[in-house]
Design a protein around this ligand. Structure first.
Ligand code: SN0
Length: 316
């Protein structure tokens, strides 16, 4: 594995889950693996779990870690080629990424979509340029269209809590007041489509995910029907892909509460966090016995540790 950008970079997802669980059982077993290696974690957007869990994972492997909130502490970046930089941008990604590649053996990058131009976001231009100009392995800490470290942590959590060999997993759209990226649901869908699960997506009309991410997943527009027999309910809001970046409905009755949860097979509830209480998920569910949101967040460490260990082994 040269980079970790999507599920397509992973040869065998169940093997990666197994490796993550090995790190979980014995976090410091490979504390020499990353010795004298430096990882740079570059954030162009806010983060809590990704930042701390990836830093912790790298430290468990003995790596040196540099964290930079580039949006606040770095020079304003230009990403387009051929631009005469006589406006607000100060430094071109060609130089910025190349220089960081000189200081770091691996670079993790977080960069959200602008949600203005679908082609621009879905081309993953920023990530592709970062890969090209840095010259080192790149780990996605959430890109415009994907959040693979989250999806791997989700799969680890499902593996640990599944009540049967092939559980039913339902990804449900949730209401929100803001326009959010499709990265988390896109990524979750592409990982679930490769996992041994019965995968169903439910959302109001107009919130269809991009076909390359929805893949062969079953789409059920009636939420109550989708929830029937579910073993896991994965809750997430996203803005429209079709009417790009728009909030087309806020339908508050889509919020999962105990009444909707009663339709499932005693389902466990997942959410990548941060979650807006009383908007995306009812307090009674988040505070109830079926919530997995904290163990799911805890698994972010083992997800990152498995990925970094693989990158170190495969590249150095
Ligand atoms: C991000 C998202 O992609 O949906 C990060 C999730 C890991 N979430 C948000 O930006 C939430 C913002 C808000 O105002 O609730």
């Amino acid at each position: 594995m040269r980079h970790f950008i999507s599920v397509n970079d992973v040869e065998d997802i169940s093997l990666l889950v197994k490796e993550a669980l090995t790190h979980k059982a014995n976090p410091y077993l490979h504390k020499e693996l990353g010795k004298n290696r430096t990882i740079g974690l570059i954030f162009l957007n806010p983060s809590l779990r990704t930042r701390i869990s990836t830093q912790k994972a790298a430290q468990n492997l003995g790596m040196n870690v540099i964290v930079m909130n580039m949006d606040k502490e770095g020079w304003a970046l230009e990403t387009q080629d051929g631009v005469v930089m006589n406006h607000n941008t100060v430094e071109h990604i060609r130089e910025a990424a190349a220089v960081m590649g000189q200081y770091c053996d691996i670079i993790g990058v977080r960069s959200f979509p602008r949600l203005v131009d679908r082609n621009e976001d879905y081309s993953e231009d920023f990530f592709n340029k970062f890969i090209k100009y840095s010259g080192v392995p790149i780990v996605s800490l959430e890109s415009a269209t994907r959040h693979p470290l989250q999806s791997l942590a989700d799969l680890i959590t499902i593996e640990e809590h599944k009540p049967k060999p092939r559980p039913k997993v339902v990804l449900t759209w949730a209401p929100h007041i803001k326009s959010l990226p499709q990265a988390v649901p896109n990524s979750f869908a592409e990982w679930m489509n490769k996992a041994d699960v019965d995968f169903v997506i439910t959302h109001p009309e107009g919130y269809e995910l991009a076909p390359e991410f929805a893949g062969a997943a079953k789409v059920e527009y009636e939420q109550e029907k989708a929830l029937e027999g579910a073993d896991f309910v994965y809750v997430k809001n996203w803005s429209s892909y079709k009417d790009y970046g728009k909030v087309i409905t806020m339908d508050s009755y889509w919020m999962i509460d105990n009444e909707l949860l009663a339709l499932t097979n005693k389902a466990k509830v997942m959410h990548c966090l941060p979650v807006r209480r009383g908007v995306e998920l009812a307090d009674e569910v988040l505070d109830g016995v079926d919530s997995l949101v904290i163990p799911e967040a805890a698994n972010r460490v083992w997800s990152a540790q498995a990925v970094l260990a693989k990158l170190i082994r495969d590249n150095f």
